[in-house]
Design a protein around this ligand. Structure first.
Ligand code: SAM
Length: 239
């Protein structure tokens, strides 16, 4: 997807980028490719691919959860890596307050550089594991939204994300083609952690790749014993 196609596709979806936002995406791309030479950030480095598979793909959640655009919403992105999906969302929605979590210090350093270079505010970057941070009162059940892309299967992800979401908030599940099976396998975890599936959208990216976005409402408090110790959700998923 060329930069022009990216701008046009967003426009067709009702999102008109300003010159500053177009520049911020360009700066983000340049930093990603430059730092990727020293630190392993992404396997996707061709410009058209970054714009499609990282930038555009991250923004698709906006097409299905329109309330993200309401100013002042808070979003936590677990296992954000090089900033996906939260940084593209932040560029498009400057009023969104984002918290980015990753367990790898080198990626956290990269995120700090991008945030500074792009002049983004109301961004918090946290180094650590979701299982540890999810037990901290400062973060527990404090967010309108939690996202996580390409981090773990849904049964595991639910334990990484739902403890952060306040009642009335949403866990936005972004998946590829295995989404339906993961949802079936993750159903018990979602319910145990206080989630209720609200909607399930399937669509394709402009290149034909299948994607799915599920919106899970946080309807009950997460029991105190979750998330369990670091490593346990992945080793022994609820279910
Ligand atoms: N979300 C990004 C994306 O879509 O490109 C990065 C995906 S990358 C495959 C997974 C990231 O999750 C890695 O950066 C890893 O360090 C982080 N991660 C994995 N398990 C985690 C955990 N339990 N807590 C915090 N970060 C975690």
């Amino acid at each position: 997807m060329t930069v022009e196609a990216f701008i046009l596709a967003l426009k067709e979806a009702g999102i008109t980028l300003t010159d500053q936002q177009i520049r911020q995406f360009e700066q983000y791309f340049n930093l990603l490719v430059a730092r990727n030479e020293q630190v392993n950030l992404t396997a996707i480095t061709e410009k058209d691919d970054v714009y499609l598979k990282h930038f555009y793909d991250s923004l698709t959640v906006l097409f299905y959860e329109k309330k993200l655009k309401v100013p002042g919403k808070t979003l936590i992105d677990i296992g954000t890596g090089a900033g996906f999906p939260s940084l593209p969302l932040k560029i498009v929605l400057p009023d969104l307050q984002i918290t980015m979590v990753d367990s790898l210090q080198k990626r956290v350093n990269f995120l700090q550089e991008v945030v500074t270079e792009l002049g983004l505010s109301h961004v918090e970057i946290v180094h650590g594991r979701a299982e540890d941070i999810g037990q901290k009162p400062k973060y527990r059940e404090q967010f309108d939204y939690a996202t996580a892309r390409a981090v773990a299967r849904t049964s595991v992800l639910a334990e990484y994300t739902l403890p952060f979401v306040k009642i009335g908030g949403q866990f936005l599940v972004m998946k590829g083609s295995a989404a339906q099976q993961e949802l079936v396998d993750g159903q018990k975890a979602l319910v145990t952690l206080g989630g209720t599936l609200q909607s399930d959208f399937e669509f394709t990216l402009p290149n034909g790749d299948t994607r799915s976005i599920q919106i899970v409402d946080k309807t009950k408090k997460t029991p105190k014993q979750y998330p369990r110790q670091a490593g346990t959700p992945n080793r022994k998923p609820i279910g």
